[in-house]
Design a protein around this ligand. Structure first.
Ligand code: DNO
Length: 357
């Protein structure tokens, strides 16, 4: 497995020099976050991005994410123009050698939390999701809360400008149920997957985080059955998953090691996010360090499953705690994610060597 680190481009406080010092690091996954969703990513900016990353000895093979315009998820007539732009972006990405493109198909909100700075006993802070709290919040309240919690730092997936139109967006989704969303995903993939395949790009659909409906919006990338339905929509080596343990993990019936084996054996895991999560009740959880004993997931079993299916793709640690007084984007500090990488590398080395004994 190729170890990577998510880096937010020039606006990221974490210098690439520091990323390159993490033991065993292969490269970064990143995006052009300033390009409005739906626009074509320009070649000159992509070349500059790649050269910058490569100049630190880091590879740039994976883009996370090329976000899908809301009109595509809604199935509006205007979607064709955005799909055509998406294809153009894929073409440009192929020209800088991108091998994997991560994306998601979550209506309005990307990953969702009710608190970005929940203190743990060790006085670190983490992202958390409290379903009881969510019940008392309107979507507008949540946007406001995230805005305050993040000290107005733009968090990818939470582009605050877009969320200014939240009421209108909700109205548009009134007619979109799960089956309609599946239809809109199908329409998108029927066009995108053959194009991605022609550029040797693997598309990696990220599961919904959390893996259940919020504010009554449809969410479909939630469990093994639905992820399999996605894979079967367009049979192609380019159609696959970004398997994220932490996104699927809040639902206790998602058996992550078994899902890794199930999809890994079909070569459908195009990108792996590995992190832990602590389930508090049926729909509430908070994030933790990567260590198995800190959360509800067994990271040893997860890494072992990747080893068993001989996963050769890119992997990254996911959200970390904020520790050692680091200030930065919630979930995306340097220190705890670097500790996560070191732990994952340790598990991987031990599992690999034990297999050969
Ligand atoms: C959250 C991330 C997601 C992910 C997108 C992929 O931290 O895992 O925002 O990047 O959903 O499109």
């Amino acid at each position: 497995m190729k170890m990577t680190f998510r880096w937010y481009g020039k606006s990221d406080k974490i210098p690439l020099k520091h990323v390159a010092q993490i033991p065993g690091i292969n490269g970064v996954v990143t995006s052009l976050i300033d390009i409005p969703v739906g626009d074509v990513w320009p070649m000159d900016e992509l070349i500059e991005l790649k050269e910058n990353v490569n100049s630190y000895g880091l590879n740039l093979d994976v883009i996370e994410s090329v976000n899908v315009h809301e009109d595509i998820k809604l199935g509006l007539e205007s979607r064709d123009a955005y799909i055509s732009n998406y294809k153009e972006t894929l073409k440009n990405l192929s020209q800088i050698g991108i091998k994997t493109v991560c994306y998601n198909f979550m209506p309005i909100f990307d990953w969702t939390r009710t608190d970005l700075n929940k203190p743990l006993k060790d006085s670190s802070t983490v992202l958390s999701f409290d379903n009881e709290q969510l019940k008392n919040l309107s979507a507008n309240d949540l946007v406001e809360k995230i805005r305050n919690d993040s000290s107005n730092v733009e968090i990818p997936g939470w582009e605050l400008e877009r969320l200014d139109e939240i009421e209108e967006l909700f109205q548009q989704y009134e007619n979109v149920d799960e089956e309609k969303l599946w239809g809109n995903l199908d329409y998108f993939l029927q066009q995108i997957i053959p194009v991605a395949a022609s550029y040797n790009i693997k598309m990696a659909l990220h599961p919904d985080d959390p893996p259940f409906s919020i504010f009554g919006l449809p969410r479909i990338m939630t469990n093994q059955e639905n992820l399999q339905r996605l894979v079967d929509l367009v049979p192609s080596p380019s159609n696959g998953l970004a398997l994220c343990s932490g996104s699927l993990g809040p639902n206790a019936s998602n058996d992550i090691p078994s899902m890794i084996r199930h999809f890994g054996e079909q070569n459908k895991i195009h990108f792996a996010h590995i992190r832990n999560v602590k389930r508090i009740s049926e729909k509430s959880f908070h994030e933790t360090s990567h260590l198995s004993s800190d959360g509800s997931l067994d990271l040893y079993e997860i890494v072992k499953a990747y080893k068993d299916v001989n996963f050769q793709g890119h992997v990254r640690p996911d959200h970390g705690r904020m520790i050692w007084d680091e200030e930065g984007m919630p979930g995306y500090g340097l220190y705890d994610r670097a500790l996560g990488i070191t732990y994952l590398n340790g598990l991987y080395e031990a599992i690999t060597k034990a297999k050969h004994e």
